[in-house]
Design a protein around this ligand. Structure first.
Ligand code: AMP
Ligand code: GLY
Length: 423
């Protein structure tokens, strides 16, 4: 079988790596891929948003299955267009991807079907939004309705911060049309976890739980990023809480999408806040998480292609994925300055030494190979990942590996896994 992975991040490297292990797979392509992916798959110079180009490539090269990493092509209907062209693809339709592409759609769905989430108000007028915010007490959250590359959420601890967020989103249109409507949400308190399931639209199987670290600096300080590290499992997700997330959140959400005429297939990712009143949804994503996937897939003992095929063929109720009991920790190494401005093109040292280390995996994101050397080419550069006998061992092994890698301006958090350690 010939498989195409769409995307270029650490998530896609982990997917390509896991897909390549499948006995069902002969060849893996990745569009466009990165420096690390180019060592395990054939990289193809087509961008994830060039759906016509991807269809052309998949048709010409007799691709049997396409796995889409990022949300933007899903929201733009890549799955619908592949299907029309007779190509097999894993992921939700454009209509179903609205669960991530429109936060207002997502929140109204949850309100209609009684899925626990933060209370919210919707605004399409900036003056009304600001007036409402000026009357609020305590913390609250302002969110752009549409996709904003992870930057459309502002947790506000003052009314002024809320008004500035509205000015940025609605008046200045910093996220273009994504900010033409906004949400103002109750601020939830608690510990976060990411629960990903694979679904065929009827049934679903959960993947191992994970926890992300969104802020750029230690102690959860500084601006939000795409994610600075993750570990799996997330000890906050006890078996009892996991049952409640499946019963009260995931299964009702999949059923609700079906009732709304937007049958949901692929990966459904629920960002959960474990509050004193139980688990509540922060957000749904229509895809694998990044960097959660880098911490989850090394623990998956089963063949990922079998899970993906079961989702496409409506047979996910038959799937029983098996997991390595050992925890996995993944630390993101980023370019200095990320998530703001940063420079690229710096040579990365130390990668060779890690290649043969057992239970250590270096998933690449912003890297490319230039004149035989691997150099930085993006904000998040590498996800250095380790399995360990327990969470402390996994953290120690991961940071020992991180300490062998070096590039100019390299930044990483030194406290990935701190919450799990405290338990
Ligand atoms: P999102 O992109 O919606 O996941 O939001 C990014 C991050 O903002 C989440 O991981 C949370 O840390 C935070 N966040 C979003 N919504 C809320 C909320 N209602 N209460 C508290 N924190 C939130
Ligand atoms: N790790 C957060 C995300 O994938 O959206």
């Amino acid at each position: 079988m010939r498989v195409l992975v769409v995307g270029s991040g650490g998530r896609e490297h982990a997917l390509a790596w896991k897909i390549r292990q499948s006995t069902l797979v002969d060849k893996v392509y990745c569009a466009p891929g990165n420096g690390g992916i180019s060592k395990i798959a054939e990289c193809v110079d087509v961008k994830p948003d060039d759906i016509t180009g991807l269809i052309g490539f998949a048709t010409r090269n007799k691709i049997d299955l396409t796995v889409v990493g990022p949300e933007a092509p899903l929201a733009n209907g890549i799955v619908d267009r592949f299907c029309v062209n007779g190509l097999r693809v894993f992921g939700p339709s454009k209509e179903a991807a609205r669960i991530e592409a429109s936060k207002i759609f997502m929140k109204e769905l949850m309100r209609k079907y009684n899925i626990p989430t933060a209370d919210f108000e919707v605004f399409d007028d900036s003056a009304r939004a600001k007036k409402y915010i000026e009357g609020l007490e305590g913390n609250f959250v302002v969110k752009a309705d549409g996709l904003a590359a992870g930057k459309g959420v502002v947790v506000c601890s003052s009314n002024d911060a809320g008004v500035s967020a509205v000015e940025s989103m609605m008046d200045r249109r910093d996220f273009r049309d994504a900010g033409s409507r906004i949400l103002v949400e109750e601020c939830l308190e608690g510990e976060e976890a990411s629960i990903l399931v694979i679904t065929d639209g009827k049934d679903c199987v959960p993947l191992a739980s994970a926890q992300d670290h969104k802020r750029v600096f230690d102690g959860d300080n500084g601006p939000n990023t795409g994610g600075m590290g993750a570990y799996s499992p997330a000890p906050v997700m006890t078996a009892e809480l996991m049952d409640s997330v499946m019963k009260d959140i995931i299964k009702p959400a999949i059923a609700a999408m079906g009732k709304e005429g937007a049958r949901y297939t692929g990966v459904l990712y629920a960002g959960i806040m474990v509050t004193s009143a139980g688990p509540k949804v922060l957000e749904f994503n229509c895809r694998f998480g990044d960097p959660e996937t880098q911490a989850i897939l090394p623990r998956l003992k089963s063949d990922i292609i079998e899970l993906i095929e079961a989702s496409i063929d409506d047979e996910i109720d038959m799937a029983r994925p098996e997991w390595d009991e050992r925890p996995c920790v993944s630390v993101v190494l980023s370019s200095g300055g990320y998530p703001g401005d940063y420079e690229t093109g710096f040579e990365i040292d130390g990668l060779d030494a890690l290649e043969k280390s057992k239970d250590i995996y270096v998933f690449h994101a912003g890297t490319k190979v230039s004149e035989g050397k691997t150099v930085t080419s993006g904000g998040r550069v590498l996800s250095v990942t380790a399995l360990g006998s327990d969470i402390k061992d996994a953290i120690d092994r991961c940071y020992n590996a991180v300490n062998l890698v070096e590039f100019e301006g390299m930044h990483f958090r030194r406290d990935i896994g701190h919450r799990a350690l405290k338990r």
